[in-house]
Design a protein. Structure first.
Length: 80
């Protein structure tokens, strides 16, 4: 265990280029689906679109968990 890390924190080394293991990539794909090739009349309209796309993630922990691939989730919960 690394010195200074809390007992339940585990560092997971990832390959240098692994976008499929980066949860933000999955989120970005879903946000792009509703914003790509669409013209918003104002910043408020863009904010409404983004809020609608992101709301399910802050309302449902299961939706957030869906962004984390099984391998990463299993590794994060593994006992060292």
């Amino acid at each position: 265990m690394d010195a200074g890390l809390p007992e339940r924190i585990h560092l997971l080394p990832l390959p240098p280029y692994s976008p499929e293991l980066n949860p933000i990539e999955g989120l970005w794909d879903q946000v792009q689906d509703v914003t790509c090739n669409r013209r918003h009349e104002s910043l408020d309209a863009l904010q409404e679109t983004l809020t609608a796309a992101l709301r399910p993630f802050w309302e449902s922990p299961a939706r957030v968990l869906s962004l984390i691939h099984y391998w990463l989730h299993a590794q994060a919960n593994a006992t060292p």
